[in-house]
Design a binder for this molecule. Structure first.
Ligand code: SAM
Length: 247
């Protein structure tokens, strides 16, 4: 598909949404915004590396559908922190189809957060706030600690590490929604101890591959962890410790 083929993009998006049970979530206006996002991202990508996925139908499947398979798990009106949002995934597609959510896109790379800010403005999204910094440092800042209804993350780290970076941001009674590729189940088994120590309770693993209109499939799992107790002040630890000795 050519980058400026709006009709082709819209048709492929509709088919993909239908195949993946997302049709009720996505309106024509959302698809228009995601077309604009694709054009903008692929143009910026020529100068500044945002994504290795450069073909629009692949962007639809591997960035948009992949980011939206867990979209129904965020409660209405929730505040969300997307830890390691990078080029804006899942932040930007989620903000488009769920305007009720208030999403903080957190990443240590200022340049990527500058791009996310500029892109949110271009798409007319008022529900995205970029935040530059390291998750393990910001989670120890009283302005952010246990202040979000939900945390989410995609393609940032293995689940035992990710839990220590994400669960401290979540209020008791909130949830952490981890978007994983292959091996989500094995990661969840490895993360049981971390989840327990950080105040979480693992509640669900959704095995929902991304389904392409031509029958191709891409592994995708979503792990839903409820926050049932406050995280002890000693977590998160410094990143070196988190990575070297995951809980
Ligand atoms: N979530 C995006 C996606 O799905 O395309 C980006 C994934 S990219 C592979 C991982 C991102 O996580 C990078 O932008 C990196 O800067 C960020 N990151 C990794 N560890 C981090 C930390 N401890 N604090 C903040 N950002 C972090």
């Amino acid at each position: 598909m050519e980058r400026n083929d709006k009709r082709g993009f819209t048709d492929f998006f509709r088919h993909s949404a239908e195949k993946n049970g997302l049709l009720s979530l996505v309106t024509e206006e959302h698809i228009e915004k995601l077309f604009l996002l694709t054009e903008h991202m692929l143009t910026v990508n020529e100068q500044f590396n945002l994504t290795a996925i450069r073909e629009p139908s692949r962007v639809i499947l591997l960035h948009y559908v992949d980011s939206l398979l867990g979209a129904h798990l965020f409660p209405e009106g929730a505040s969300v922190v997307d830890v390691g949002a990078g080029a804006g995934f899942p932040t930007l597609p989620l903000a488009v189809v769920r305007p009720d959510l208030r999403i903080t896109a957190l990443d240590s790379t200022a340049k990527r957060m500058g791009y996310v800010e500029e892109t949110a403005r271009l798409l007319g999204l008022s529900n995205v706030t970029p935040l530059v910094g390291r998750a393990e440092e910001l989670a120890n800042d009283a302005s952010y600690r246990e202040k979000f209804d939900c945390a989410t993350a995609r393609a940032v780290a293995a689940l035992p590490v990710l839990c220590e970076l994400c669960l401290p941001f979540v209020k008791v009674g909130g949830r952490f929604i981890a978007m994983k590729g292959r091996g989500g189940g094995a990661e969840l088994s490895a993360a049981k101890n971390a989840i327990h120590l950080l105040g979480g309770k693992d509640v669900a693993l959704y095995d929902t591959p991304v389904l392409a209109p031509d029958g191709e499939t891409f592994e995708h799992t979503t792990v839903l962890i409820e926050k049932v107790a406050s995280t002890a002040p000693k977590y998160p630890r410094a990143y070196g410790k988190i990575a070297k000795a995951p809980l």
